[in-house]
Write a protein that binds this ligand. Sequence first.
Ligand code: F0G
Length: 343
Amino acid sequence: MSYQGILHRYGHLLDLPAHTRAISLLEGNTPLVPLPRLGHELGCELFVKYEGLNPTGSFKDRGMTAAISEALGRGAQTVICASTGNTAASAAAYAARAGLRAIVLIPQGKVAAGKLAGAIAYGAEVIQVDGSFDDALALVVEITQKTPLALVNSINPYRIEGQKSSAFEICDDLGAAPDWLCLPVGNAGNITAYWAGFKQYQKGLPQILGVQAAGAAPLVLGHPVEKPETVATAIRIGRPARGEQALQAAQESRGQIIAVSDAEILQAQKILASEGLWVEPASAAGIAGLLAQTQSAGMEVRGKKIVVVCTGHGMKDPAIITESFTSPKVIPADYDSLFALVE
Ligand code: F0G
């Protein structure tokens, strides 16, 4: 039987109510791509869990198949979320598939083009909030407490259930959990889900390195950030909903949550692209964190098996690239002009 999505493959391991009615776009089953060059440099076996290859271009689809399937089965008619972009696009797609109305709240002017376009294309009602993601999330929480709208942010426990599937896949591919798992941390749903997934699957436990952007690093600073700012707009979050669980995952796994600068994130994005993987800036934070730890903090990676989660595709945020390069040259349509350039 061909692949039918994560609810079909791992549903028996996910805590979902009996009323759940599966809505799938065949999310999950993403490749664990080796990074031989960087791995060789660091002296470790290095892999990228390439979550940008999910149907809407980010890992959010794993949680959304579960949350939308539950909401549909419960009889919800409208789903709502706050988002830095990827959750919005994913909610919009799965709601469309389920025949539900989707409303998404985004921080005005701070959502990358590919995400906003996706949310609109899938037919969501997109509302820009004159404020941050954190402000938008607070609004969504309030309205879902007072009305029958169904909340599909990662506060919703079924999102976490679905996102556990990536930990299962990694263990299935490697035969066991890796030594380290490195990933970006924003609202802290994903780190929570991975840790729950590894604990449940019982194929060993990785140490977890969670990585925040320096301008949006409440879990490193130990207090909320009122005006988070970073080039990695996906994780531009100052008050993570699952912050406590993220800290617990880091502590229990004998890992750490650290911050990296925007420059380190963009450098990591380049390094990934140089091995053929174009990911959005937030997605490069895991690699940036791994490099920072190996270079300065003496994290021992030699001989270790390391998985870095790249959470979203580079095509989500093309402007980051095009704005920092000069436009490609234009030549007349003749052979000599071409030859002069390439010889
Ligand atoms: N990477 C990407 C590409 C994301 O879009 C997000 C979160 C994260 C990492 C962090 O994951 O929130 O579970 O800690 N994006 C959310 C959104 C906030 O609205 O799309 P997290």
